[in-house]
Design a binder for this molecule. Structure first.
Ligand SMILES: Cc1cc2nc3c(=O)[nH]c(=O)nc-3n(C[C@H](O)[C@H](O)[C@H](O)COP(=O)(O)OP(=O)(O)OC[C@H]3O[C@@H](n4cnc5c(N)ncnc54)[C@H](O)[C@@H]3O)c2cc1C
Length: 487
């Protein structure tokens, strides 16, 4: 018997080259790479092949962001170039999302998997031996190894009364055919902020409650401040630095009581309190791994134990699709005996797709100081760059964190209409540890948002940029740094 790649299939049905446990975002990606290389692969998936990213994460949420931002962008005509009046229609956006996800159906992905020669078993699998996975009454043993890619689940916080109300997670927003009149979101991280702003722009009364003292607490404080201002403009109320005392159902409303006596009433309560892996039912101990750990520990080739690799959210490195896919490429190379640089995470980019977008890479200023770097910080308001001024934006910033010892960037943040796109160049700079003197000696296109980086570091227009921003001190800081290094 041959598989579709023309290679002999396993002698016994239960022996395969590789078992992929969890065929989600990176499980699917890795499987297809290995199948294309001619390996015999079995994938075991408890829910939808493709996982979070295409069905409940990045793609549908960003499709919603696009719909919401179009409404806002049309509003911006007023006072700039005429008058525009919009009226939102959630059905259109929800319809696009339904089309994207095929109505939350993975038939297409399953067909693709099987056409490439893979075997797919729907069900919950667990390790029952160092290289053996059992799903239902079937067991498979892998000649090369098992790859665990079981992702993460929403965290349900221990709020009194939560078990008595019907709350939503972000999954329910993604699937929503109609929107409630009002919503309280617990959590002010990326997903809560993105979806909160989407709903507000579709006319929902949105309140966000966070325990910490700001939204997007992993980002630079400047980024949080800009996003909070934008949220105020969208009519979103934010309660910061508060604990939730209890929640309760009153008639058809959910009452959220905060410490300090504040009481919020809403039609829906959404938990956006983060995600974490659940390692308890994966049989990890049969491969010598700790099932009480928070994440599966892996080395720089994503190996967790002899014949076991792990990748994606379950490794806790950075719960992002591009990190999961990066890890998948490393495992593919390791299994196929190809060369791939070891995993490194000093330049992981992250984008929160609020309007304005928050893009960041590497360390924040405080993280860099905590890590012991002697930092120089350059902060340039995007409104004071040429493109920012032309665009007519008020809130946006480029913040660069340089290491004085090496004269390279160890972190950067770009908040602005295309914050995630400006980030591309900054990610390269942090990743390749490009000296700032080198970044200064390249040519930036004018007038672009990315060119704002050039203006921030004094690559061009030293004379004219001071017209827009006479107070700007970043150039002096970097001049001193470069001079001190003799670069
Ligand atoms: C609302 C939202 C927005 C997001 N937006 C972005 C974004 O813009 N950019 C970005 O980079 N990231 C984003 N993410 C994060 C991104 O979706 C995840 O980091 C990524 O999908 C993780 O991939 P994964 O393969 O590790 O896990 P998943 O894609 O979740 O796959 C894990 C799979 O394992 C299966 N599974 C679990 N246990 C078992 C078992 N015992 N047996 C068999 N199968 C099992 C699950 O059913 C699942 O399909 C977002 C997430 C959310 C929730």
């Amino acid at each position: 018997m041959m598989n579709t790649n023309g290679n002999p299939a396993a002698a016994h049905d239960d022996y395969v080259d590789v078992i992929v446990l969890g065929v989600g975002t990176c499980g699917e990606d890795l499987s297809l790479q290995l199948l294309d290389a001619g390996l015999d692969v079995v994938g075991i998936e408890a829910a939808l092949v493709g996982g979070t990213c295409p069905f409940y994460g990045c793609l549908p949420s960003k499709m919603m962001v696009r719909g919401a931002n179009l409404l806002k962008e049309a509003d911006r005509v007023n006072g700039m170039s005429g008058q525009a009046r919009t009226s939102s229609d959630w059905n259109q956006t929800a319809g696009r999302v339904r089309q994207l996800t095929g109505g939350w159906n993975d038939a297409g992905a399953v067909e693709r998997y099987e056409k490439r020669g893979g075997r797919l078993i729907h069900g919950k699998g667990k390790l029952t031996g160092p290289r053996t996975v059992t799903v239902g009454d079937k067991s498979f043993t892998a000649r090369k190894g098992v790859v665990v890619a079981t992702g993460a689940k929403p965290v349900i916080p221990p709020v009194p009364g939560l078990d008595k109300v019907k709350y939503w997670t972000t999954d329910d927003i993604i699937e929503a055919d109609s929107l409630p009149e009002s919503i309280v979101i617990l959590g002010g991280g990326g997903a809560g902020c993105e979806l909160g702003q989407v709903l507000a722009r579709f006319g929902v009364r949105v309140t966000i409650v966070v325990r910490g003292d700001r939204l997007l607490r992993v980002e630079e404080p400047e980024a949080s401040e800009i996003v909070e201002k934008a949220f105020a403009d969208d009519g979103i109320k934010v309660h910061k630095g508060v604990k939730i005392k209890e929640v309760e159902l009153r008639g058809s409303s959910i009452i959220t009581r905060l410490d300090g006596g504040v009481e919020l009433s809403s039609e829906r309560l959404v938990l956006a309190t983060g995600r974490k892996p659940d390692l308890t039912n994966l049989g990890l101990e049969s491969a010598g791994l700790d099932s009480s750990a928070k994440f599966i520990e892996v080395d720089e080739r994503m190996r967790a134990a002899d014949g076991v690799w792990a990748m994606g959210d379950v490794t806790g490195k950075a719960m992002l699709t591009h990190v999961a896919l990066y890890q998948s490429a490393i495992i593919a190379a390791d299994i196929l005996g190809k060369v791939h640089p070891p995993a490194e995470y000093h330049s992981v980019p992250q984008v929160t797709f609020t309007d304005p977008e928050v893009g960041s890479v590497g360390l924040t200023e405080s993280a860099a100081r905590e890590a012991g770097f002697d930092v120089a910080v350059v902060t340039k308001q995007i409104a004071a760059t040429f493109r920012g001024m032309l665009h007519g934006i008020s809130g946006g910033v480029i913040k660069l964190i340089a290491d004085r010892r090496t004269g390279t960037l160890v972190g950067a943040t770009a908040v602005g209409p295309p914050g995630g796109e400006i980030l591309g160049l900054l990610t390269l700079a942090v990743h390749a540890r490009i000296p700032i003197s080198k970044l200064r000696s390249m040519i930036y296109s004018f007038p672009t948002f990315t060119g704002g980086i050039g203006e921030a570091i004094g690559a061009y227009g030293r004379g004219v940029t001071t017209v827009l921003d006479p107070e700007y001190t970043g150039l002096k800081e970097l001049d001193e740094l470069i001079e001190a290094l003799g670069a």
